[in-house]
Design a binder for this molecule. Sequence first.
Ligand SMILES: [Zn+2]
Length: 470
Amino acid sequence: MLDITISGGTVVTPSGARIMDVHISGDTIAAVTLPGAEGFTAGQTIDATGMVVAPGGIEPHAHIGGPRQPERSGAEPVSRAAIFGGTTTVLDFATQVPGHDLLHAVDEAAERWKGQGYTDYAYHPMFGNRASETDIGQIPELVQSGIPSFKIFTTSIRPPSPQMEDRRTDFGRLGSIMERVATSGGMLLVHSEDDEMVHYNYERAEAEGHYEWWHMNEVHSRESEDVSFRRVTRLAELKSCPVYFVHISAIEGIQEVARARSLGMPVYGETLHNYACFSAANYREENGMKYHTYPSLKDESDGQAMWQGLLDGTLSTVATDLVSTTWEEKIKFKTVADVTGGHNGIETRVGIAYTEGVAKRGMSLERFVEITSSNAARIFGMYPQKGAIAPGSDADITIIDPSIKRKLTLDDLHLEDYSIWEGWDIEGWPVTTLLRGKVVVEKGQLLGSPGDGQFLKRSISTAVTSRPAC
Ligand SMILES: [Zn+2]
């Protein structure tokens, strides 16, 4: 006998969305059948009539707090908010720290998540400044051990300060890293801004008296994204390295991703739901630094271009760039040199993508699933274990109620004491979440526990690393 049947919902499968039943046995999906098909009896039936049944969301970009960043929320509260929001897998970072290698970073990340995850999880090792040959030489070993995605920064982001560690990778090292990632079958995540332009812009902003936070888009400018993206794609072309651009913030970034993909290069673009919905004009509000995530919000037209890119396939994923802090921490710093970045909206990502994509812009359910789940699964080597409602896949499912239509309030959410989405008009929202066959949130009630989450070993398909596959 089966454990659970989810009946009568519009199920988004790899071959399209239609009314189907999803049958679950243990951790995985046993079958997807026409409604009421005979021979399928389950211990529990979840009536999903009128609902959308989608693969659990995959958050590709979250910075979870640990002993080194006590001001940030840790794996337990973040993954709890994630499952309330229909996200069942969280990709964190394993951050290299001075004096230690990437393997140590991976151990620290594992320690942070141990027994703390309501979701499944994995991490992208993140290089520190001036990676050594030994560090770079660890790439193949990590890929082999199921950790095949790595992150670098092309800028130190902010002027030197005690709170800001310089993680810039110079283009010499970047070439070496790309070679190793390419030959090992990995994926390189790049925070791409032109370091020289950013730091000159800081000097100029200071000289001109433009140091308040709302000038952030003058410092972390569209020109910097434009120039840096082109430099990174050129080096990636020389090294045959697949690249995933994190948090694209400007039309220029989208255009460069489109250009590279049109040449057949394995280049992927991520944007953030907050980047797509807000603009630099919001910085001007009282405490408008609450909207800030590095690099910076740009113009309203950039946000519209992001929705267009998500709709037409130029952009592959929508992420959060999660850094969750308290309100006090978020508004503590007020200049372009020290504003707290990151977004505590891991819970809103799937629902906002549904509201803004499907309900307001006519995005297909299939495309909605690609940007919130299946593309991240493919790009980071989890597909079809994750990101698919298909026989044999993990039974990670989010059930969305499309009839929900109201204003979102902080009371709806489960992470920290503020939300930039307060008062946002939503249409459709996740109500029930299953993780590997276990109902972890049902109609707004938490049934999961922090030991549910498992570490995911990953392996990226050559289809993804050799050409734009999704
Ligand atoms: Zn980030």
